[in-house]
Write a protein that binds this ligand. Structure first.
Ligand SMILES: [Zn+2]
Ligand SMILES: [Zn+2]
Ligand SMILES: [Zn+2]
Length: 148
């Protein structure tokens, strides 16, 4: 997966510098969204040192190339798990455990476009995120309510 991202970077004419590779690897292993400071801490644990501004610039580049996304609710970053897929990349985020799932649905995009168009608006891209409970957390909550 890191290899895929590296290929995309190279195809767009970007050098695969050591810091870029390190940030890619951290994002790849992460289960939750990470703030630049989280990434810095995780790297430090491996004996690697990148300053916060460098990490932030790398994340900005990755977002621009769709290798990573910013999660709206947490402000953290996750690697893109979809690659090239039609439609904007969106997230469902569990407010309990932080689990994130990414999806894209072209039909949903078209529907939003139509809605905006009927108000005279020309849409260029969509940002959306659903907050709630993942299936595990939902099941736990239902069980708890049943017992309690
Ligand atoms: Zn994505
Ligand atoms: Zn959950
Ligand atoms: Zn869209």
């Amino acid at each position: 997966m890191v290899q895929d991202s590296i290929r995309i970077l190279q195809a767009q004419g970007y050098k695969v510098t050591k810091p870029r590779r390190q940030v890619l690897e951290i994002l790849e292993e992460a289960q939750e969204s990470l703030a630049p400071y989280d990434i810095q801490r995780l790297l430090r644990r491996q004996g690697k040192h990148l300053n916060h501004v460098t990490i932030y610039r790398i994340l900005e580049l990755f977002c621009r190339l769709n290798l990573a996304h910013r999660v709206l609710s947490s402000g953290g970053f996750v690697r893109c798990s979809l690659g090239k897929r039609e439609g904007c990349h969106r997230f469902v985020v569990c407010r309990q455990c932080g689990a994130i799932q990414e999806f894209a649905d072209k039909g949903l995009c078209q529907e939003e476009d139509r809605f905006a168009e009927s108000r005279g608006f020309h849409t260029e891209s969509h940002l959306s995120e659903s907050s709630g409970l993942c299936s595990d957390c939902y099941r736990k909550q239902v069980k708890q309510n049943f017992i309690g």
